[in-house]
Every structure is written in structure tokens, then in C-alpha cells.
Design a binder for this molecule. Structure first.
Ligand SMILES: Cc1cc2nc3c(=O)[nH]c(=O)nc-3n(C[C@H](O)[C@H](O)[C@H](O)COP(=O)(O)O)c2cc1C
Length: 191
């Protein structure tokens, strides 16, 4: 069992949310209240990312917490979707490509490592009753400049973190029969 906290300004009401509820309740949130998430909650969320699996346990992902409004605006100005300007804070996940598996079956695993870590962040935030949104479309050069990220480090994803203003509607998903095969590609698995 996991515990989910409903936040009323500075007090929390703890309710029980199991893992299935966390998965089902996660949505992409794009409108937030101005309140900044408390550091103890941010720490729990980053701790979830710290425990994520990585190639050969290399743990290359780094997280930049951005609360400074002018920095957020600078990042947003270089970004095609202006809603980001109004988020209360961002978590930026970055990694140096040499801090993960290189050319493994022809794949570079640094994006996989950072993405798994980011999804731990997203699910841990959901468990805390907070909103997030994967952002993959951004101006990497601008973010690197604004946040003084070294040249050899890549920005993989960012997410706002905050108290959502709304409940986003559920987005369609393909039916399970369409995505799961039995033994061979294309043969439906019968549940
Ligand atoms: C890798 C990745 C990149 C994404 N990039 C963006 C983005 O740049 N901007 C945005 O508004 N949403 C972005 N999203 C959110 C998706 O649009 C969203 O997850 C999808 O529409 C399903 O909606 P849901 O998350 O509410 O279930 C991204 C999601 C993923 C996984």
C-alpha cells in the first residue's frame, strides 16, 4: 500500500492510494496553482528517482530544480508551448551520455536511464497528489545556457511540479488486445 497526501495549504490529509490508483490517476497537467511544493515533498520525489534502475547501476541522471520565475520564463520563451511560463517550478532531468551504456545492441542507453528516472518522478509526484507533465519538446541550447549545464551533458526531459488547478480528462489508450502478443508478433494474447 502507498499513502497519498491531499494538501490543504500547509496541512495534509493522508489517504491510502495503492499502486494501481497511482497509475490510473496520473495525467499530464498544464495549469497549476502558484503555491511552491514543500522541499520535504520534493526530496521524497527525487528519492524515488534516486532508487530507479539504470544501466550497470551507473546512476548518471542529474535533476535541476528550477523555481526562479525569470529562469522559468526564459526557458518558456524559447519553447513553443507558452503554458510553461506559468508553472510554479520545473524539474529538469539531464545526463552525460558517457554515464550510461554506449552502443548496446546499437542503442545509446542514456536516454533510457534518464527517462526511467523521470517516470519515477512522475509517479512519485502523482502519489503525493501533485501534477506533472513530461516535456520533450524544448530548446536544449537555451535550457543549457540558462541553467549553466556543461556542454557534455544532455537535457532529456523536464516536468513542471505543482498543485494542479484542474483534473485533466483521461486520454484514449489503445485496447490491450492490440498491444500484447502471444509468443509471436501479431498473434493476440487472450487474457
Ligand atoms: C516523451 C514524452 C514527451 C512529451 N512531450 C510533451 C511536450 O513537449 N509538451 C506537452 O504538452 N506534453 C508532452 N507530453 C505529454 C503527452 O502529450 C501526454 O502524455 C499524452 O498526450 C497522454 O496524455 P496523459 O499523459 O494525460 O495520459 C510528452 C509525453 C512524453 C511521454
Amino acid at each position: 500500500m502507498l499513502f497519498c497526501k491531499l494538501h490543504f495549504k500547509h496541512e495534509s490529509l493522508i489517504i491510502i492510494m495503492d499502486f494501481t490508483d497511482v497509475i490510473k490517476n496520473r495525467r499530464s497537467h498544464r495549469k497549476f496553482k502558484e503555491d511552491i511544493v514543500e522541499d520535504e515533498i520534493i526530496e521524497r520525489i527525487i528519492e524515488a528517482a534516486r532508487l530507479a534502475p539504470t544501466w550497470s547501476n551507473m546512476q548518471g541522471t542529474r535533476y535541476i530544480i528550477v523555481k526562479n520565475k525569470s529562469r522559468i520564463k526564459e526557458i518558456a520563451d524559447a519553447y513553443k508551448q507558452k503554458w510553461i511560463e506559468h508553472v510554479p517550478m520545473l524539474i529538469v532531468a539531464c545526463i552525460a551520455p558517457n554515464q550510461s551504456g554506449k552502443n548496446i545492441n546499437g542503442l545509446e542507453y542514456f536516454t533510457v536511464d534518464a527517462s526511467i528516472c523521470m517516470e519515477h518522478i512522475v509517479l512519485a509526484a502523482t502519489n503525493e497528489g501533485l501534477g506533472t507533465c513530461w516535456i520533450g519538446l524544448f530548446n536544449e541550447d537555451k535550457i543549457k545556457e540558462v541553467l549553466s549545464i556543461p556542454e557534455n551533458v544532455r537535457v532529456i526531459a523536464l516536468t513542471p511540479l505543482g498543485y494542479s488547478k484542474y483534473t485533466p480528462r483521461e486520454q484514449n489508450r489503445k485496447p490491450i488486445e492490440q498491444i500484447c502478443f502471444n509468443e509471436n508478433w501479431g498473434t493476440n494474447y487472450k487474457f
